[in-house]
Design a protein around this ligand. Structure first.
Ligand SMILES: [Zn+2]
Length: 326
């Protein structure tokens, strides 16, 4: 078997547009994405070694060392083994929607990283966003890769603790946090179900569990939109990611600040400012005294439509702050 060992100097971790299938790496410490906690030690040049049999098909096709094909190279155009999230979705996502093919013929399909009960879901916690889904496990339990892919990062990261990030050919990245032991290295190719580490309680964690994230160009997505955890299988083989969904559902910080503004607006109502009662960006947060009929009327929709969009019944009791799609 042919082995290629390519040594590159990695410096750039910002996402940028390229047209050719080649990579260049520059240092740009001003663009570190939203993960301010995972900081490098300031090395401008880091050696990264790819020791992989699958990057090129044959010796003859081996290009010069400037042309390395990492998973989804056309989308990311950079490969960072130090920073968890150096990519900026809003800068990189230039279309209205994209179809993410989750499994394809010949791929290993999908394997649950660990089968356990959910202890926390995607959404805003009291003070911060929770970008993943927490799966209960015992320290030492085996955690496996959800899909075929290549390990981009395997190291300790603040918050995540011992963490593995795997890049997949469809552009998705899967993140596995709080591991007690890392069993893979950057550049390593994996198939779905490959053991990547042991579950644990490292980083910002208060009990052994797996923190599982799905990200696309750095944007965290709700894994429950992909996985039916009760059945342990994918909900769909083909996931469509829309820019609107990111704005209305996945961009937790923006949604939270929008919500805070709404609440502030409502509170200041008693001092004269008017609360419109209208949804913003297609989302409405339930206030005291609201009911479905009034919300529907104000937003020029119907109770039936609200129920359908939000998977609730006309008789459902609304909770204060509950998010409704309009
Ligand atoms: Zn978590």
């Amino acid at each position: 078997m042919k082995r290629l060992v390519i040594i590159l100097s990695i410096t750039c971790i910002a996402c940028f547009n390229v047209s050719a299938k080649s990579f260049s790496y520059h240092d740009d410490k001003t663009k570190r994405g939203d993960d301010k906690k995972a900081k490098t030690k300031g090395d401008d040049t880091t050696k990264f070694i790819v020791n992989n049999e699958n990057i090129f098909d044959s010796e003859e096709e081996s290009p010069d060392t400037n042309q390395i094909l990492f998973p989804s190279h056309d989308l990311y155009a950079s490969w960072d083994t130090l920073m968890a999230h150096p990519y900026n979705f809003s800068e990189c996502f230039k279309v209205d929607s994209v179809v993410i093919q989750l499994t394809e013929n010949g791929d290993g399909g999908f394997v649950m990283p660990f089968s356990g009960g959910l202890t926390s879901v995607f959404g805003w916690r009291k003070y911060r966003p929770h970008y993943g889904t927490d799966i209960d496990l015992e320290t030492g339990d085996q955690v496996v890769s959800a899909f075929d892919g290549m390990v981009r990062l395997a190291k300790y990261c603040q918050g995540y603790g011992n963490c593995v990030i795997v890049r997949h050919n469809n552009g998705l990245e899967t993140v596995y946090g709080h591991l007690s032991k890392l069993l893979v290295e950057p550049g390593q190719t994996l198939t779905a179900g490959t053991l990547i580490g042991l579950g644990g309680n490292t980083g910002r964690s208060s009990g052994s569990h797996l923190h599982l994230e799905f990200r696309y160009l750095g944007q965290a997505l709700d894994t429950e939109d992909f996985i039916d955890y009760a059945k342990g299988e994918l909900k769909t083989n083909c996931f469509t990611l829309r820019k609107l969904d990111v704005e209305n559902k996945y961009d937790l910080r923006a949604l939270h600040s929008r919500h805070k503004k709404d609440v502030g607006y409502a509170r200041s109502g008693s001092k004269g400012a008017k609360y419109s009662g209208l949804a913003k960006g297609g989302v409405y947060f339930v206030r005291r005294g609201d009911n479905l009929g009034a919300i529907a009327r104000r937003n020029h929709t119907t109770v039936k439509s609200l129920c359908k969009k939000n998977h609730i019944k006309e008789t459902s009791i609304l909770q204060l702050g509950q998010k409704l799609k309009i």
